[in-house]
Design a protein around this ligand. Structure first.
Ligand SMILES: [Zn+2]
Length: 84
């Protein structure tokens, strides 16, 4: 994976270096996104199918990593995990 810096100064995963290993796992009425050892959840999707997924450690570890998806494709990943 390769990171670059967004115009907001955050590390962003460079397009073209998106992880190939991720999956949407059914969890209750919705899904969690599993990416490596991390899981993400969402509570937002707009009419165009874009959703924003937050690291499951967002509250406990104050982790700011978020993933934007369009339908089931990863658009970009912002931030770095504050935990292992
Ligand atoms: Zn995290």
């Amino acid at each position: 994976m390769r990171f670059t810096t967004s115009r907001y100064g955050q590390p962003v995963l460079e397009m073209g270096y998106l992880p190939s290993e991720y999956e949407l796992v059914p969890r209750g009425a919705s899904y969690v996104l599993r990416l490596g050892k991390h899981t993400f959840s969402t509570n937002y999707a707009n009419a165009a199918g874009m959703s924003i997924w937050y690291c499951s450690k967002r509250r406990r570890q104050k982790c700011k990593v978020r993933i934007r998806m369009i339908n089931s494709d990863i658009l970009d990943i912002q931030g770095l995990h504050t935990h292992n």
